[in-house]
Design a protein around this ligand. Structure first.
Ligand code: FE2
Length: 288
């Protein structure tokens, strides 16, 4: 099954949708077309040209003090961009509280990013090429029993859509790829943590997700022939998905805001829908 796109109006779920959380945990992308996030006249400049130093893929704020990284512009402009990202984080939190109330108070907000650049199709290595279908996995930051929930918004001012591909459901993908993945070594996981290559011990789940990410991106026959669909997100649209569960590729578009949030597997409405539990079922045993 290809991941569905579920449109949500201001009032809530589209008719026939049981609940938004159920759809989201089942692998849908929720698309909100009529949420307001207006930019001030001063902020318009951030969608007219990129305020980025060009060294990283995007500009972001992190941590309690929301320190801005990767930005360009005057001190005043950088502070305004930082405030814009802080406001977007509050927008993402309000969206969760209103439309996904089961997660209220349970999600942790991580990085907030401003992505002014066109999706890069050529210069990157295959591993960093996000036009290839993949699920998100963070190499240096083990995730363990957490989920990656992402809230995106297209803020393009010239009518340019954000183009995505979505792929087949996680369980079907896992059945094809898990048997070919290298085995997990608790010893080397402890070594990577001791050498500070990873920020915490890499669990078997983290190991599997990293190798899945790479195996998917390297398999050009799968990239071309796997079940998939093109999706467009117009300027002003917001979309929400578990990017560790939903197979996706970013094919084009520039000027986007993105919020990353973490949710513990046990705080899901249906923990058995998590990639952690799906992988355990694929292997026929609990993960280590
Ligand atoms: Fe991704």
């Amino acid at each position: 099954m290809i991941s569905p796109i579920v449109s949500v109006s201001h009032e809530g779920a589209a008719p026939g949708t049981h609940s938004l959380v159920e759809a989201l945990e089942g692998g849908a992308v929720l698309k909100f077309s009529d949420l307001d996030f207006p930019l001030s006249p001063f902020e318009e400049r951030f969608v007219e040209r990129p305020f980025a130093d060009g060294k990283a893929k995007n500009v972001n704020i992190r941590g309690k003090d929301a320190a801005l990284r990767g930005a360009a512009g005057t001190t005043e402009e950088q502070e305004a961009l930082r405030q814009l990202l802080i406001r977007y984080r509050a927008f993402a939190e309000a969206l969760i509280n209103r439309h996904l109330p089961a997660y209220r108070g349970k999600v942790t907000f991580a990085g907030t990013s401003y992505r002014p650049f066109e999706v890069d199709r050529r210069k990157l290595s295959w591993r960093r090429d996000d036009t290839r279908l993949h699920v998100d996995a963070f190499p240096s930051n083990p995730i363990g029993e957490k989920r990656i929930l992402r809230i995106f918004r297209n803020i393009n001012s010239e009518g340019q859509p954000r183009l995505w591909r979505v792929g087949e459901d996680f369980a079907s993908m896992a059945q094809k790829f898990v048997p070919g993945l290298p085995g997990y070594s608790p010893l080397s996981a402890r070594l990577l943590a001791a050498l500070k290559i990873t920020k915490a011990r890499r669990s078997e789940y983290d190991h599997l997700m990293l190798h899945l990410h790479d195996a998917l991106k390297q398999d050009m026959a799968y990239q071309a022939n796997a079940p998939q669909a093109d999706v467009q997100f117009a300027p002003g649209e917001t979309w929400v998905t578990f990017s560790d569960l939903v197979m996706h590729g970013a094919m084009g578009g520039r000027y986007m805001l993105e919020q990353t949030a973490y949710l513990a597997v046990v705080d899901q409405v249906e923990p058995k829908q998590s990639p952690q539990r799906i992988l355990a079922r694929t292997l026929g045993r609990p993960l280590r």
